[in-house]
Design a protein around this ligand. Sequence first.
Ligand SMILES: Nc1nc2c(ncn2[C@@H]2O[C@H](COP(=O)(O)OP(=O)(O)O)[C@@H](O)[C@H]2O)c(=O)[nH]1
Ligand SMILES: Nc1ncnc2c1ncn2[C@@H]1O[C@H](COP(=O)(O)OP(=O)(O)O)[C@@H](O)[C@H]1O
Length: 299
Amino acid sequence: MPRMTPPDVDRAAASRAAVAARRARAEVKRAIATRARSPLEVAEKAWNDPAATAEASLRVRELLSSIPTLGPTRTARIMERLGIAESKRLGGLGVRQRVRLRNFLEAREDRSARRGNLLVLAGPTAVGKGTVSAHIREYHPDVLLSISATTRPPRPGEEHGRHYYFVSDEEFDRMLERHEFLEWATVHNAYRYGTPRPPIDAALDSGRDVLLEIDLQGARQVRQAMPQAQLVFLLPPSWEELVRRLIGRGTETSEEQARRLETAKIELAAQDEFDYRVVNDEVGRAAQEVVDLLAAPRD
Ligand SMILES: Nc1nc2c(ncn2[C@@H]2O[C@H](COP(=O)(O)OP(=O)(O)O)[C@@H](O)[C@H]2O)c(=O)[nH]1
Ligand SMILES: Nc1ncnc2c1ncn2[C@@H]1O[C@H](COP(=O)(O)OP(=O)(O)O)[C@@H](O)[C@H]1O
């Protein structure tokens, strides 16, 4: 192995330092992109903390384009408006540029202060999840009712893109590979159901509340993925009434009904995992209780 002369050693150390700095900046960008850190807080750190070299060496262009709602074109336009050159790093901004950038970031934070709330409605088969959700869809169109993808075939009267996205097994696999689901599960040992994530993020970002009507396995996954979600368990007024609703709906064979009632017992036993319980005695009243929870400010 050839011996390294002093300038080579210097160069090797410098390139190691450059790699470490790049990694640290990538870390900051990732934190902004995932909303773990606000861009304003990153900028303030670059300006106030002499040890914050990763923040100070971050380019303004990188800071802005890491914000989930800003693409490269909008970033370029904003920088032009703020009078900040393309290659400027946060630490290299003049006083007036800092003031303009701080004002811009503060105004953005005020605007996006109200994020939408996410509420998961789950509960045993035939308790009335679909009925309560349909009521909310009709009387509270401001709430986004998530539309799931499913491999189950449509029932008469069900529309693709309104009740579900009816997809083939292959398409569902492709969506899984592309990480398009917030959660997914095989329900009643039969078909796969999944919640597409992009429409939910977009709605919450724009301040719109979102309701997911999904099964217990899905509710648990949402709790993991989005701990700020409120989990609501819909209860029947009594076990007898649940059986009556299932039989009254008449969409399952008696064998399937028996199987679902077994699952219902297991699901009812999980109700304590939920943040709230709502009794579906009367559809309009239960729906209103769910909407009130959705609209309540969260800490
Ligand atoms: N995990 C999960 N469950 C879902 C999703 N969409 C619907 N479900 C649940 O799948 C179950 C079956 O729904 P569906 O096929 O409409 O039949 P139903 O139970 O007879 O109304 C219900 O418990 C739904 O809550 C989803 O995206 N994810
Ligand atoms: N509050 C209620 N009072 C009486 N019947 C109800 C009520 N809510 C729902 N139902 C009826 O119960 C049956 C099951 O409701 P559904 O919404 O299909 O349940 P889920 O989606 O939970 O499986 C349906 O026939 C529906 O009309």
